[in-house]
Design a protein around this ligand. Structure first.
Ligand SMILES: *[C@@H]1O[C@H](CO)[C@@H](O)[C@H](O)[C@H]1NC(C)=O
Ligand SMILES: *[C@@H]1O[C@H](CO)[C@@H](O)[C@H](O)[C@H]1NC(C)=O
Ligand SMILES: *[C@@H]1O[C@H](CO)[C@@H](O)[C@H](O)[C@H]1NC(C)=O
Ligand SMILES: *[C@@H]1O[C@H](CO)[C@@H](O)[C@H](O)[C@H]1NC(C)=O
Ligand SMILES: *[C@@H]1O[C@H](CO)[C@@H](O)[C@H](O)[C@H]1NC(C)=O
Ligand SMILES: [Ca+2]
Ligand SMILES: [Ca+2]
Length: 659
């Protein structure tokens, strides 16, 4: 078990040790990889002792871990960065010192950039235009002319900022940033960290918006996160993401960022053979009172068969950031939902599926999902990634390495920074917003607009609180204008509580096409300190395995009859030994619903490619509700015309409270 006593969590872990152990379910490859990094915990002596112990044992002292005065990061320069055996002698040498409580050589694991994948979209002209999903497209196009357009040479190609129908897109299908700029919000005073492969901070379009104080290179332990040169420009990822957020305006260089007066910090951490828990944790916990938003466009490999997430230290870093960062308001972690396409499910990616990250999917300039888009019930909203594959420069236009520009940035990689930029605008509008406020604002102001599933599998639905959602897009496309307007008028939310609604522990078999259905009746902790009457996140911790893990599919239905597909079929996941161990499947689809009543979980094995019979074994389901006791929007001002969703849900909640 994680040592809960050592951390003080406002969110969750205080009450439920369960929430902190998502790492138990990780299934790693066959051979363990070790690195030259050690986590060293001391019983006394602090940093001075750590430096001394490192020196005596032949290590280099690197830094404290997450600001701790008992845990430290050491590296050993004579140990290769990657090896396949534990360095037992080195560990023993450290442990021989009486102050050393624990010395753990860090294992290495793979974290991949969400990179470019060819787009396999469906052409709008190939679809039956009279199908109900497309036929009902809302005509909410507005020609808002607010101020002047930026004069930057690539602005015309930035259809995601202002879609005039260029590059074959749909007019008005964009992030509505001009409305936010028109209200005077451009990101001033807000810093977003790009956790990636570095930033070309000498770039003409970035250098004035670069926050060097908050930047760090975790791959080589210095203050200069400049990308490492390769012939293929492989390390252009971070620079491209940075430009989407903070490329300067009206300077005749490239395009303009979503929050063009905000600052970006570079946290170079992706560029080494293997990732370690220490590097991830240090990056995600770097300067949490100076960095407001952390943007990540990477994660476990998108091969459709990986089930992986944050390890112990990284989990601690995220929870600490959310509870203590931004001087207690909480850091905003923005996550790309993944590029594994239809054959993957981002609920198997513990970073994207976390309650503490805002996971963002992408859409193309004509409202479809891109072929690489990975969906799951934990996705909160969407931004944009690609234009049509037939149009060469319809990708995301942004800054590129070595003072260049590009018009072909893509993937959910491109989507997450756009969201980070919009959150920067919202934070300028209201510095008091907490990490929860940001999620509420996202739910309440994102729009269906013209987003649709080209494969006609996932339709738009209303949940029990009257909020429209889609399995692919969450609550829809972010709307900067609406978000900033609401942020500006936002009142603090009521306190958040956590309720274990119930748990079923029983071994049950389920074969192919022989589903099992389980129910939990809950009073949602009524009358206790943890009473939850209005949901935010919902987690289902499930232990289940199958002779072909990828064929397990699970649906969860709420008392208000909203069904979330918490696990979809993953045809390439042939794992058959471990399955999922108390894995936290998360859904956002039941947001603002009343959780009291009967929850139903349906677990099944879907027939795979070969139509073989698979044996499934269910062991455990624990349902955890997160949300408020008091109606969340009771104190918010809402007018029916401009804040329809908020108005509707607020009225519904107030009525429910009266009954
Ligand atoms: C991480 O936590 C798990 C339990 O959740 C524990 O078994 C393991 O020893 C921890 N790993 C490290 C490296 O501390
Ligand atoms: C990058 O810029 C250089 C010179 O400014 C130019 O020669 C080169 O073609 C550019 N590369 C790309 C991929 O645009
Ligand atoms: C932020 O909070 C402070 C202190 O509670 C308050 O004085 C201030 O008006 C708030 N600002 C906004 C924009 O809500
Ligand atoms: C619940 O929703 C499903 C569709 O998702 C519908 O078929 C069913 O009739 C609904 N049940 C109730 C009791 O409303
Ligand atoms: C809606 O917003 C517009 C533009 O900000 C404003 O002119 C209008 O008065 C608002 N309507 C209401 C009912 O507040
Ligand atoms: Ca520019
Ligand atoms: Ca994935």
């Amino acid at each position: 078990m994680v040592d809960i006593k050592s951390w003080i969590f406002k969110d969750c872990c205080l009450v439920f040790s369960l929430l902190c152990i998502s790492i138990v379910g990780i299934t790693t490859g066959d051979q363990e990889v070790l690195t030259n990094s050690w986590l060293v915990e001391l019983s006394e002596g602090g940093e001075a002792a750590a430096r001394d112990i490192a020196k005596r044992a032949g290590f280099s002292y690197v830094s404290p871990v997450l600001g701790s005065d008992t845990e430290f990061h050491f590296i050993h320069n004579a140990v290769p960065k990657t090896r396949f055996r534990r360095s037992i002698l080195h560990t023993r040498k450290l442990k021989s010192h009486p102050f050393v409580k624990r010395a753990v050589q860090q294992t290495g694991f793979v974290r991949s950039k969400r990179g470019y994948k060819p787009l396999k979209g469906v052409l709008l002209s190939d679809l039956h235009i009279n199908n109900p999903e497309i036929g009902q497209l809302i005509n909410d196009e507005k020609d808002v002319v607010i101020g002047k357009d930026p004069t930057d040479p690539l602005f015309d190609k930035e259809w995601f900022l202002k879609n005039r129908g260029q590059s074959g897109g749909i007019k008005g299908l964009d992030l509505n940033v001009e409305a936010a700029w028109g209200m005077g919000f451009t990101g001033k005073g807000v810093t977003t960290a790009i956790m990636d492969d570095g930033i070309d901070y000498l770039h003409e379009d970035l250098k004035y918006n670069y926050n060097s104080e908050a930047s760090y290179d975790f791959s080589s332990n210095d203050h200069f996160p400049y990308p490492r040169y390769t012939d293929t420009w492989f390390n252009s990822h971070g620079t491209r993401c940075a430009g989407e957020i903070a490329a300067a305006r009206d300077n005749d260089v490239c395009g303009v960022g979503v929050a063009y007066d905000s600052k970006v910090a570079g946290l170079r951490m992706l560029d080494q053979p293997f990732m370690t828990d220490l590097i991830e944790a240090n990056a995600m916990g770097h300067m949490p009172n100076i960095i407001d938003i952390y943007s990540a466009s990477w994660g476990p490999t998108d091969d459709g068969k990986t089930v992986d997430g944050p390890r112990n230290l990284t989990m601690r870093a995220i929870v600490k950031g959310v509870n203590e960062g931004r001087n207690g308001k909480g850091n905003i972690y923005v996550w790309a939902s993944g590029d594994g396409g239809q054959e993957d499910d981002c609920n198997c990616d513990g970073y994207a599926a976390s309650m503490w990250t805002i996971s963002i999917n992408s859409a193309t300039n004509d409202g479809q999902t891109a072929g690489y888009d990975e969906s799951c019930s934990s996705t909160l909203a969407s931004t944009f990634s690609n234009g049509k594959s037939t149009i060469r420069d319809a990708g995301v236009a942004t800054t590129d390495l070595y003072n260049n520009c590009t018009t072909t940035h893509s993937g959910t990689s491109a989507a997450a920074p756009e969201a980070a930029g919009i959150f920067a605008l919202a934070l300028e509008a209201n510095r008091n917003l907490t990490w929860r406020d940001m999620q509420h604002l996202t739910v309440l102001t994102s729009k269906r607009n013209r987003l649709f599933d080209p494969y006609l599998k996932h339709f738009w639905q209303y949940n029990g609180a009257g909020l429209e959602f889609n399995h692919l897009f969450g609550y829809g496309v972010l709307d900067a204008g609406a978000m900033v307007y609401m942020a500006n008028h936002w009142k603090p939310l009521p306190e958040r509580f956590h309720c274990t609604a119930g748990s079923i522990k029983k071994e049950m078999n389920f074969g192919t096409n022989e589903p099992i259905t389980l129910t939990i009746d809950t009073d949602a902790c009524k009358g206790t300190d943890n009473e939850v009457n209005f949901l935010e996140h919902l987690q289902a911790f499930v232990t289940v395995k199958s002779s072909y893990r990828g064929n397990i599919v699970m649906h969860l239905t709420s008392p208000m009859n909203t069904t979330s597909m918490i696990l979809s079929q993953r045809p390439n996941d042939d794992e058959h030994k471990n399955g999922f161990t108390r894995w936290p499947f998360m859904t956002t689809h039941t947001w603002a619903e009343a959780p009291r009543g009967t929850w139903t979980l349906r677990v099944e094995n879907i027939a795979g490619k070969n139509n073989e019979y698979d044996d499934g074994l269910f062991r455990e389901w624990t349902l955890v509700l997160h949300g408020t006791r008091d109606p969340p929007y009771h104190h918010q001002d809402a007018d029916e015309e401009n804040q329809t969703k908020l108005f509707k849900v607020k009225r519904m909640h107030d009525m429910a409270m009266k009954n």
